[in-house]
Design a protein around this ligand. Structure first.
Ligand SMILES: Nc1ncnc2c1ncn2[C@@H]1O[C@H](COP(=O)(O)OP(=O)(O)OP(=O)(O)O)[C@@H](O)[C@H]1O
Length: 221
């Protein structure tokens, strides 16, 4: 049986509103096995990014249990969750969070170095695959938004995380480039046997993923 990389049980999350807590997630269950790719869709404000933040250990649920690769994230302290993000979970968020003082090449290698998995040959191949080879010596501010987005994707994948979380990773790209980058992501994730959980607004992109779940009214519809 494939290793279960992600298991969510009865996840609840509210945020403070003017008239008391506003529930965003109201009992989310989800399983994702190694090698699977899952598209998470749902209208704007339905809680997709919130769910990714909880899985990535960037925030805590009010209730429920999150397990990543057999580790109960909900039981970890801040440093435990940071260690999980260094070693096991790779995140590509809407904000690229590239390091301005590092070249594109060093940005790509950064996460892999921290995880102790930097392989220059792999990093170069990734850069070529994502159309970044001519830009490796540049700095992030010299790249277009789409190139920065691809750099953030390369940085995450270079570290070979077991679970990749991506929030609209192709949102800044034109349709043709988005298609290509999504294809590359799916192949690269499949190559390493990782699991991919990706938020997308594109039904077309969702259809290219192994499974699709829709978030509505705080639950998986
Ligand atoms: N830190 C926060 N504090 C207060 N409210 C928040 C916070 N984060 C998210 N919310 C609220 O929770 C709801 C869900 O937000 P979230 O960003 O998860 O939605 P989303 O489905 O990812 O939306 P989009 O598709 O527009 O990115 C929204 O109503 C948002 O205003």
């Amino acid at each position: 049986m494939a290793l279960m990389l992600l298991r969510l049980r009865d996840i609840h999350k509210s945020f403070a509103g003017a008239e008391g807590p506003v529930p965003v997630l109201r009992g989310v269950d989800l399983d994702l096995a190694a090698g699977e790719s899952l598209a998470l869709t749902g209208e704007s404000g339905s809680g997709k990014s919130t769910l990714l933040h909880l899985v990535g250990g960037l925030d805590r649920p009010d209730r429920g249990r999150i397990e990543v690769a057999g580790t109960e994230v909900t039981a970890l302290d801040d440093s435990g969750r940071a260690a999980l993000r260094r070693g096991t979970v790779g995140v590509v968020f809407q904000q690229f969070n590239l390091i301005p003082s590092l070249t594109v090449g060093d940005n790509i290698a950064f996460q892999a170095r921290i995880a102790g998995r930097h392989e220059p040959v792999r990093a170069t191949a990734l850069a070529e695959r994502l159309g970044l080879a001519p830009h490796l010596a540049k700095y992030p501010e010299q790249l277009s938004g789409g190139q920065q987005q691809r750099c953030a994707i390369a940085r995450t994948l270079a570290a070979r995380p077991a679970l990749v979380l991506a929030d609209e990773p192709t949102g800044n790209l034109d349709e043709a480039t988005a298609e290509e980058v999504l294809g590359a992501m799916l192949e690269l994730v499949a190559e390493t046997g990782a699991a991919l959980l990706m938020v997308t607004h594109s039904q077309h992109h969702a259809a290219r993923m192994g499974r699709r779940l829709h978030l509505h009214a705080g639950r998986i519809a």
